[in-house]
Design a protein around this ligand. Structure first.
Ligand code: ATP
Ligand code: MG
Length: 458
């Protein structure tokens, strides 16, 4: 047993008692988040939310419902579902024993869990077509860099029960619509077919023969993969390997007739949907269960080499490989952090509050709180400065937050019931800097009117 395994086992059986005393004595302020696992502060979280919300909306139009699976599964699920010879299972999974010694894994991807849920709940008994999407964190022990983390968010979708090329085209169209809804520019779609159980074995042998002949020029990983998972060599990032592999036979050269027809039909449907795409004969997926169509969306902006934002394909063999009935399926997964990076974080500066209520003195704090609360009750974003402070400092804060409207409450305002509704920076019905006198009792309605939410008099 490796030392790391022993330590994990001890932690699981002894709980916190296994944490060395010296570490427990450290002040918490010296504890940092785990390398490659990042906090998202509100501004970044809002960007995540926009990406996820757009997915929910667009996927809903295609009839996809949300699936939420646990973040932890039995490690065997991924070992069998993803394949022993993939990077994900070989090097990237977080595996640890639970208190009974059962190996568990933090999920590295969503498809294996979706298939597990599909087999466990058998939705096909009700409807032969199952359309699920998911959103959530995935975990892979990779070298952290821009666009590559150890905990990252994926949005993905799986469509079970349709073998036809329309299904591939629809799924690709759905991703395209989502990326378009996000306003992502410079997106390119690449597609390929890697064949199926009929034609792939023959292709892999042809590829092996080629790779063995060039073994001396390949990296250690590719030499090993020549025997274990030769398809993976095609997407090796090592420049020396890429040079050799430029001359390698590609899956497209060996497709059997049904695979060829399927691929041609997918491309034809994409054409009908006006979805531009580029054929990339070296596009393979790192995961063993893919058959036929593979695709990737890349975005150019701000990502460097980590420029694949969404990737997917058909995996007709996986459900059966995990012990279920033969079930065709097609799916994809996208990296939310990469999308946020590609979208550029500053493109959506957060909007300011609709209303800021300032008070001259202690005496107006109560009425100010009450007015802000009433505004929130009318679905407005309203703020006061809960620290009180001078009027000047409150106004400075209103300005810094980018509040659209301002009401200042003083002794006179409370006595007369008349207040000034002042337009801050934004151009609205009153224009920047202008103000209007209104009744305090109608303030919320007037605020809504000034924001263009409520119309007419009354
Ligand atoms: P790569 O070749 O970039 O490692 P992959 O083939 O491992 O990608 P998939 O397993 O297909 O990626 O995951 C789908 C998408 O999830 C990727 O295209 C990417 O946008 C995102 N993704 C994958 N791994 C990470 C990671 N470690 N950090 C951030 N995003 C990731
Ligand atoms: Mg990877």
């Amino acid at each position: 047993m490796k030392r790391r395994d022993i330590r994990a086992r001890e932690v699981s059986s002894q709980g916190v008692a296994a944490v060395p005393r010296a570490r427990l004595a450290l002040p918490v302020s010296s504890i940092r988040s785990i390398k490659g696992m990042n906090d998202a502060l509100p501004r970044e979280a809002a960007a995540f939310h926009r990406v996820e919300q757009a997915a929910r909306e667009v996927f809903g139009r295609y009839g996809f419902g949300e699936l939420r699976t646990p973040i932890v599964e039995e490690a065997a699920l991924f070992q069998r579902g993803i394949g022993d010879s993939t990077d994900v299972v070989e090097k990237e999974m977080y595996v640890f024993p639970d208190r009974h010694g059962t190996p568990l894994a933090l999920r590295p991807e969503g498809t294996a869990s979706a298939v597990r849920a599909y087999l466990q709940h058998n939705p096909a008994a009700e409807d032969p077509l199952t359309r699920w999407f998911y959103v959530g964190p995935m975990f892979r022990h990779e070298r952290p860099q821009k666009g590559r983390y150890r905990q990252f968010q994926q949005v993905g979708a799986e469509l079970f029960g349709a073998a036809n090329p329309e299904a591939d085209a629809e799924l690709i169209a759905m991703v395209r619509d989502w990326l378009a809804a996000l306003g992502l520019n410079g997106v390119e779609l690449q597609i390929n077919s890697i064949g199926d159980g009929v034609c792939r074995p023959g292709y892999l042998e042809t590829l092996r023969v080629f790779l063995r002949a060039h073994a001396g020029e390949l990296c250690d990983d590719c030499r090993r993969r020549t025997e274990t998972n030769p398809l993976r060599t095609l997407d090796c990032k090592n420049p020396a390997c890429q040079k050799v592999l430029a001359a390698a036979p590609t899956p497209a050269d060996s497709l059997c007739e049904p695979c060829r027809a399927h691929f041609a039909a997918v491309r034809d449907f994409l054409g009908k949907l006006a979805i531009e795409h580029r054929l990339n004969p070296r596009l393979v997926r790192g995961l063993d269960y893919y058959t036929r169509t593979t695709f990737e969306f890349t975005a150019e902006a701000g990502l460097g080499t980590q420029n694949t934002v969404a990737a997917g394909g058909r995996y007709d063999g996986l459900v059966e490989a995990l012990g279920g009935p033969a079930t065709p399926a097609v799916g994809f997964a996208a990296g939310v952090e990469r999308l946020v990076l590609a979208l550029g974080e500053d493109t959506h500066a957060p909007p300011g509050p609709d209303l800021f209520v300032a008070s001259h003195s202690e005496a107006e704090r109560g009425p100010a709180l009450k007015l802000a609360s009433a505004a929130r009750g009318a679905n407005l974003w309203a703020e006061i400065d809960p620290r009180g402070g001078s009027l000047k400092s409150q106004l400075r804060r209103a300005d810094r937050l980018g509040a659209k409207l301002l009401i200042v409450l003083g002794e006179d305002e409370i006595r007369s019931g008349r207040v000034k509704l002042k337009q801050m920076g934004m151009a609205g019905s009153l224009g920047a800097g202008q103000s209007q006198e209104i009744n305090l009792t109608e303030a919320v309605l007037e605020v809504r009117r000034a924001l263009g939410i409520a119309k007419g008099g009354g």
